[in-house]
Design a protein around this ligand. Structure first.
Ligand code: FAD
Length: 184
């Protein structure tokens, strides 16, 4: 089982936490529910009828929790290398260690920048199609990687992509999280 530190509790971070927890990994999501979603009213999240960003977040947090992710109401002040790969220092001074780090910090990717990750010509954190950054164990998803093209559904998709990439790396083969309707 991999331990994954996820920083940011908007759609990107919660989606990553949901998929990783459903895949049997330990997903710890750090954030204080200060997402931009609280300013949004969603009319464009496919398959979801019009909903306030706050109600969306409430449902998303519950879904991630029920899947087994841990939500920690605390800010992270520093990230770096750790015994198992990566480490996060919390406001309290406590540290959390993990095998992978997913950064979903939103519009101010301070921690991503502190790692010196490669950036695009326009100043976004540079990632590949799976959300992998220039650091082999660090993913950057959502608004941090596309600051001028930010949509909730894209951040959620980015989080899911990064999670599936970690599931595949751990399993040594591609995996998908597919369910069928209950029978009977
Ligand atoms: C007024 C407004 C209206 C919008 N309307 C829409 C809309 O109609 N439809 C739509 O699709 N999108 C809309 N958006 C955009 C939408 O809110 C974003 O696309 C979405 O929130 C991005 O999700 P994210 O997970 O990438 O980042 P965010 O939602 O920004 O989440 C980042 C989270 O990380 C946390 N964080 C950052 N650093 C740390 C740290 N060091 N430690 C702990 N936590 C940390 C932040 O506090 C935040 O909670 C709107 C945005 C605004 C401002």
């Amino acid at each position: 089982m991999a331990r994954v530190i996820i920083i940011g509790d908007g759609p990107g971070g919660l989606s990553a936490g949901l998929f990783l927890a459903r895949g049997g990994h330990q997903a710890e999501v750090f954030g204080q529910d200060k997402t931009a979603m609280h300013y949004a009213f969603l009319n464009n999240y496919l398959g979801v009828p019009a909903v306030s960003g706050t109600d969306f977040q409430r449902a998303a947090r519950r879904q991630a929790l029920e899947a087994g992710a841990t939500l920690r109401d605390v800010a992270v002040t520093r990230v770096g290398a750790g015994a198992d790969g990566v480490e996060a220092t919390l406001e309290s001074g406590e540290t959390a260690t993990g095998h992978y780090l997913i950064l979903s910090e939103g519009k101010n990717p301070v921690l991503a920048r502190s790692l010196g990750l490669a950036e695009t010509a326009t100043g976004a954190v540079q990632v590949d199609a799976e959300g992998r950054s220039s650091h082999p164990r660090v993913y950057v998803v959502g608004r941090s990687a596309r600051p001028t093209r930010s949509q909730a559904i894209i951040s959620a998709g980015d989080g899911a992509k990064a999670a599936l990439d970690i599931l595949a790396r751990e399993a040594g083969k591609d995996l998908q999280d597919w369910d069928r309707p209950p029978q009977g």
